[in-house]
Write a protein that binds this ligand. Structure first.
Ligand SMILES: [Zn+2]
Ligand SMILES: [Zn+2]
Length: 280
């Protein structure tokens, strides 16, 4: 995997959790982001929350080699680090970039990168930075059902339930193995169908039950999150019904322990932490 200079393992297929947190800033958990890697150089950065550039560097990733990004949706905790990634990787020498996400992705890129930073980019190009990697960034809004073969991996966009946002899950199938990364989602029948038989499911488990010592106003906010996010127990139930072998819970609130009963699940449950690497 040349992106992390970890040799040339053609069968490798793994996900590095770069950020397993939620919107509230937290030293232990950065905002959502993960790097999926396969084969000798295949990769996709999924989401780019705050801290993504630092986490990529900490994980030993060569920023300039990351040129595929998928965004699950445009909530701020998933894209705050996007302009930092575009700039940081371009500054490090990245010469191309393809960004894929739901409706709203190109508008976000236009407003957060192109519109605000064009003048500064022109200044940098005048200084000698190449136009490629900034001028020719390909940003595409794609629907549920979109798929593409990227470096030998089938990447598919699937449904989640995260109103009112346009949002996607992504499924990666490489060498007979598959991984689903949901982004944010509440319990969703269509997601269960999309996830069927995956080896690994990385899923939003944000809607954990609030602890009793929280102030009532904060408890109410956390309880209402269940309308938009899965609870840890929902994640286990989805994994059971989708016949998944391993489920990885992410998008954790600070100070909230994920509570679940996995007695009926024959697979493995992992409570994801920043910089965990999970082989598919
Ligand atoms: Zn969200
Ligand atoms: Zn989120």
């Amino acid at each position: 995997m040349s992106v992390v200079n970890a040799g040339n393992d053609r069968d490798a297929f793994r996900i590095t959790l770069l950020g397993t947190g939620s919107p509230r800033p937290n030293l232990d958990r950065q905002h959502p982001a993960a790097l999926v890697q396969w084969g000798s150089a295949g990769h996709m950065l999924v989401d780019a929350g705050d801290g993504v550039v630092g986490q990529l560097l900490t994980a030993g990733v060569a920023l300039e080699q990351v040129h595929n990004v998928a965004l699950t949706h445009m909530h701020w905790d998933h894209i705050l680090g996007y302009p930092a990634f575009v700039w940081g990787s371009w500054n490090a020498g990245r010469l191309k970039l393809t960004v894929t996400g739901p409706i709203g992705t190109s508008d976000m890129h236009h407003r957060l990168v192109e519109s605000y930073y064009r003048e500064q980019a022109e200044w940098a190009m005048d200084l000698g930075f190449p136009r490629s990697g900034f001028d020719d960034i390909e940003v595409r809004d794609v629907p549920v059902g979109w798929s593409e073969n990227i470096s030998g991996c089938l990447v598919e966009a699937g449904p989640v339930y995260h109103p009112p946002m346009h949002a996607l899950a992504f499924r990666f199938t490489f060498d007979g193995r598959s991984l689903v990364v949901t982004g944010d989602t509440a319990m969703c029948e269509e997601l269960i169908a999309f996830t069927q038989g995956a080896d690994v499911l990385v899923i939003d488990a944000c809607a954990a039950a609030p602890s009793n010592d929280l102030p009532p106003a904060r408890r109410r906010i956390i309880e209402r999150l269940h309308e938009f996010h899965a609870s840890p127990q929902d994640c286990i139930d989805i994994a059971i019904r989708a016949n998944v072998s391993k489920v990885v819970l992410t998008h954790h609130l600070p100070g909230v322990e994920p509570d679940f009963d996995a007695a009926k699940f024959s697979g493995e449950v992992i409570v994801g932490n920043d910089l965990d690497i999970i082989d598919i």
